[in-house]
Design a protein. Structure first.
Length: 67
């Protein structure tokens, strides 16, 4: 485990993508009637955040600066 406590480009990108997914999903639940299509798109975006993180970590973007 790294000592950077998540302060890496990979971690921050995953957080932003995950937040976007939660926002999209939440908006889908606010519609009247509820838009399950928009909700599930938000779920897919949120799950994609994990994939984005793994890909960026494999590219070396989840390491301490200067190493």
């Amino acid at each position: 485990m790294s000592n950077n406590h998540g302060n890496t480009p990979a971690a921050w990108t995953a957080v932003v993508v995950g937040l976007l997914g939660f926002t999209v999903g939440s908006v889908g639940l606010l519609f009247s009637p509820v838009s399950f299509t928009v909700f599930w798109i938000g779920v897919a975006i949120t799950l994609a955040a994990g994939i984005v993180f793994l890909v960026m970590a494999k590219m070396g973007l989840h390491e301490e600066a200067g190493h």
